[in-house]
Design a protein around this ligand. Sequence first.
Ligand code: UD1
Length: 340
Amino acid sequence: MKKVLVTGGLGFIGSHTVVELQNEGFEVVIIDDLSNSSIDVLNGIVSITNQKPIFEKLDLKDKSSVELFFRKHNDIAGVIHFAANKAVGESVNKPLLYYENNLNTLIYLLNEILGLETSSFIFSSSCTVYGQADEMPITENAPIKPAESPYGNTKQIGEEIIRDTCKVNLDLNAIALRYFNPIGAHASSKIGELPIGVPQNLVPYITQTAAGLRSYLSVFGDDYPTPDGTCIRDYIHVVDLAKAHVFALQRLMNGRQDSNFETFNIGTGVGSSVLEVIKSFERVSGKSLNYKMTARREGDIVSAYADTKKANSILGWKSQLTLDDAMLSAWNWEKHIRNL
Ligand code: UD1
C-alpha cells in the first residue's frame, strides 16, 4: 500500500480527496492544523470508507515539526498539498499572513520531499492564475495575468517555486491542478464544505439562505456582457475534483509525465451563470430562493470556464457529475448539518 501525505486533509477538497485515495487503495496520512477545519471531519471520512487515516495535528509553518514529521514518515510515496489560507478578501487586508502561510509551508514541504526516495507532488492551484482570460474556454497556455489579490499571487508564485525546483531536481515530479469553482459535497452527506462565518462563495450562500441562516442572496451584478447579465463560472463537483488528484498521483507514480512539472485545468468545460446556478438549486431542492440583484462585487471577472482537453486526453480524467448533482449534494449536506 503506497503512503500518501495529504496536507489540509480535513478541509473541503482535502477530505473528499482522502476518501477517493482510500477508495483506490492508498494509505493516507493527514496533516491539518485545524485552523479552518474540524476534527469531526475525520469521523465523516471513516464512516464513508471504513478506514482510519493517520492524523497528525501539525502546523506546517513550524519548520522543525515538518522535519520531524518526515523523519517519522520516511516512506511517503506522494504528497498532495492543500493546506493554505484561501479567503480572497482577507488576503488583501493581511498580505504578509498569506505570503508567509502559503509560501513558507510550500518551501518547507518541498525541502523535505527532495530528501525522499520517491517524490510525487501535487499542488492545489487555481484558475485565478488566469485572471480575466482573453479567450474562452481557457487553455493551460493562456497567459498568467497579474494577480488580483495576495491569495491569487500565492498560487502564481507557488507554481513558480515548484517549476524552478523541478528544473534543477529532475527526480522531483510535480503537477499543479488549476481548479475552477469547486462546489457540492459527498453523496453520503458525511463530509462537505464548512464555511466559517458568512460564506463568500456563491453555493454555500445559496444553501444557507435556503436553510434560513441568511435572509436573501445578493446576485452581484446583472449588467455583465453575458446572455442573462450575470457572471459565468465553471462549477466543478468536489467529488470529480477529488478524483482528478488520484489520476494525477497515478500519472506521477507510474512515470507517465511528459515533463517533471505539468499543469492541468480541472473544470467541467461548461460555463454557468449565477442565475443558472440559482435555477439548478431551485430545481433539485424544490424550494424557491430569495434573491435580489445588487451591485457588482469588486474584483469579479465576467467569465471563466475551462478548456478540459488536456486533462481529458493526457490525464485521462473527465468530470462525470452535473451542476444539478452538485447542487443537490450541497443542499443535502446543508440540511444534514442544520438538522433540517
Ligand atoms: C472565488 C475566488 C477564487 C477561488 C474560488 C473558489 C475571488 C475573486 N476568487 O472565485 O480565487 O478559487 O472562489 O473558492 O474571490 N456571487 C454572487 N453572490 C454571492 C457570492 C457570489 O452573486 O453572494 C457570484 C460572484 O459574483 C461570481 C459567482 O457568484 O460571479 C461565483 O462567486 P464565488 O463563489 O465567490 O467564486 P469566484 O469569485 O469565482
